[in-house]
Design a protein. Structure first.
Length: 91
């Protein structure tokens, strides 16, 4: 006999929760995903602008958005530090 999964069931459009708590988790995951994608987009745009312009203001804004993304655990702290270090080398 295989392992019986009680939390979700596959169907052609994706994963469908069976248990009520799994339904709630799916809802919260969707909203958190939207927020995290927004943070990810912001830091990527800021880093891109900082690489192109190389102004103090652009680099400061990139640092701010990277720190915010790391604080929210959208990216790892070490990745934020690495990107900041590489930006400073280019400046």
């Amino acid at each position: 006999m295989g392992v019986v999964r009680q939390t979700t069931k596959r169907y052609n459009a994706g994963i469908m929760p069976i248990i009520k708590s799994a339904e709630k988790k799916l809802r919260s995951d969707k909203s958190k995903t939207r927020v995290n994608q927004a943070y990810r987009l912001k830091y990527r745009e800021a880093v891109k602008v900082a690489r192109e312009k190389k102004t103090k203001k652009a680099i400061t804004e990139a640092f701010r958005t990277l720190d915010r993304a790391a604080k929210r655990k959208v990216i790892h702290k070490n990745k934020a530090d690495r990107l900041k270090s590489r930006l400073m080398k280019r400046a």
